[in-house]
Design a protein around this ligand. Structure first.
Ligand code: TNX
Length: 525
């Protein structure tokens, strides 16, 4: 083959394909001639005196050292004109989550608006490298990158997923694995649904029975579980290192049977636990006002409620939310608020107003499911749309920003089709194209991009029992949602996305992700 200009060989077809294959699709990616090869002699350079930049560069070397067999370590240096270098730097002209990646035959330059932007640049670099970079044993190279420039930043500031750890409990290791997978696709928010009728999942020292009794079972009658405060803090820190904010949810005033089963003084008597799935009280008698309810292990919704008539309700909400806020460095507390079918409307408004005010006084921003738009909310509350556009509009009209979780598009517990072995289908069957082919800014009349903070994909876990189940429902659809949240709508294209998704196959396999091999995707085999 004739080399026409210079002496640089061009990149391999695989490296060029990887350059054009990133998910979520970057805002702009321009290939150039040439290639950069990471070798044992490559220097990874960071500016002097910037521990946050060094920390991200260290994450990069930790990521690539096992499979390459190299022993690269980030070093402080001002010299960025040397050959065979990868430099990390920050550029305050960029947004905090933006990055610019410039790859030439001599160097790789990664510049981030802040550490988060650098971290996203590292996730892009990771996808540009051969899939086997994901393996933890040494693999043969070359570790080649195609030359070119990628300029990138997210469309939406909120790119989230929710894990329901209440219907089935998932331990710390499972949640960490989920965080790792979210990070690869540039998500920045993990909402944990920490309480529901079937279980309470976080240790609260002032109300210990919540976890000890309320956390003692789950859907199907299994043992359940809960996070100790130390475990929760560990999860928060693990997520933080990956630029993911944990948003804890305590669902109230309905979805509260695990609370009422733990503390009779909170039970105002409206809650009637359905017979199927009910664990009878030790004395075999009925529950009732002032007595604990029975634990519940089936999947009905909307039968339970807190009541403002019980004097302990306020004390409970204040003390419990104060502990949760103290454990949570992130700015948000989610107060639930969905499906309060047996809560009298007046009481729903009164209690929701009260919970929002408690969260505000704790210095946090409250979030509620769309029904909370009916309360006396103001701009500082966030409304999470899931099914009724009129509530989303009501929230917007009251000045609240919206988190978009349209159940027909992003509910990860929905089946792909009628043959999916787990999952529900009350909202829709959601195949890869359904998850991809929508635009948050035009989905509902009267709701525009300016009203929206972003997108969040919930995984409810009535039918989800373990990591294998989680991954089967989440992958590959979550990559579609990553792109909806990150990439400008005008730059998205379904067929192009599907071919890039097919390219992720090797990476998902090396990461041992139990993805659903959707027939819509042109996988290699
Ligand atoms: C509705 S979406 C619920 C959850 C269920 C889910 C099952 C929402 C705010 N509430 O309680 O788990 O459907 O898909």
């Amino acid at each position: 083959m004739a080399v026409l200009t210079g002496c640089q060989p061009d990149a391999s077809p695989e490296a060029k394909k990887a350059f054009e294959g990133v998910i979520p699709k970057p805002v702009s990616a321009t290939l150039a001639k040439g290639r950069f090869e990471i070798t044992a002699k490559t220097q990874v350079l960071v500016p002097a005196g910037s521990p946050v930049v060094k920390a991200v560069a260290d994450q990069f070397t930790a990521l690539i050292n096992p499979a390459t067999g190299f022993n690269l370590a980030a070093a402080e240096s001002a010299a960025d004109d040397a050959a065979n270098v990868i430099t990390f730097s920050t550029d305050t002209a960029l947004g905090a989550e933006a990055y610019v990646l410039t790859i030439s035959s001599d160097s790789v330059k990664l510049s981030g608006g802040g550490p988060a932007g650098l971290f996203y640049g590292v996730q892009t670099l990771r996808q540009l490298l051969p899939d086997k970079i994901e393996l933890t044993s040494q693999q043969p190279g070359p570790w080649e990158l195609a030359a070119g420039t990628i300029r990138d930043q997210p469309t939406y500031a909120w790119r989230g997923s929710m894990l329901d750890v209440a219907r089935h409990f998932f331990g710390v290791e499972v949640v960490k694995r989920y965080i790792d997978l979210l990070a690869l696709y540039k998500f920045n928010t993990l909402h944990l649904h920490l309480s529901d009728d079937q279980g309470w999942r976080i240790e609260i020292k002032s109300w210990p029975n919540l976890a000890l009794h309320g956390g003692s079972t789950q859907v199907g009658g299994g043992a359940g579980g809960y996070y100790t405060q130390e475990q929760y803090k560990d999860l928060v820190a693990y997520a933080q290192q990956r630029f993911i904010t944990i948003v804890p949810e305590i669902d109230m005033p309905s979805h509260t049977n695990a609370i009422l089963a733990s503390y009779g003084e909170l039970n105002g008597g409206i809650t009637k636990v359905p017979k199927e799935g009910r664990i009878e009280l030790p004395d075999g008698k009925e529950s009732g006002k002032g007595r604990p309810t029975q634990l519940y292990t089936s999947t009905e919704v909307g039968f339970s409620t807190l009541q403002s008539s019980m004097p302990a309700t306020t004390k409970f909400a204040e003390e419990m939310l104060a502990e949760l806020a103290a454990l949570t460095p992130g700015p948000y507390i989610h107060i639930g608020g969905d499906e309060a079918a047996v809560t009298p409307h007046e009481d729903y408004i009164k209690l929701t107003n009260q919970f929002i005010e408690i969260v505000r006084k704790l210095g946090k921003t409250s979030i509620g499911w769309e029904e909370t738009a009916q309360a006396d909310i103001k701009g500082e509350h966030r409304v999470q749309y899931w099914t009724r556009a009129e509530f989303a509009k009501m929230g917007k009209d009251k000045g609240a920003k919206l988190i978009m979780s349209p159940s027909k598009r992003v509910y990860l517990d929905m089946q792909y089709d009628s043959n999916t072995r787990i999952g529900l289908n009350w909202a829709a069957y959601i195949e890869v194209d359904d998850a991809y082919n929508w635009d948050p800014a035009t989905l509902e009349a009267g709701i525009t991009q300016a009203d929206i903070v972003g997108v969040e994909a919930p995984l409810w876990s009535e039918t989800v029992e373990n990591l294998q189940d989680i991954e089967y429902l989440v992958f590959p659809r979550i990559t579609a949602i990553a792109e909806v949240a990150w990439t400008p709508a005008a730059a998205r294209n379904l067929d192009n996305y599907k071919s890039r998704l097919a390219q992720q196959e090797g990476r998902l396999k090396y990461l041992n992700v139990n993805y659903y091999p959707s027939p819509q995707v042109p996988w290699a085999k």
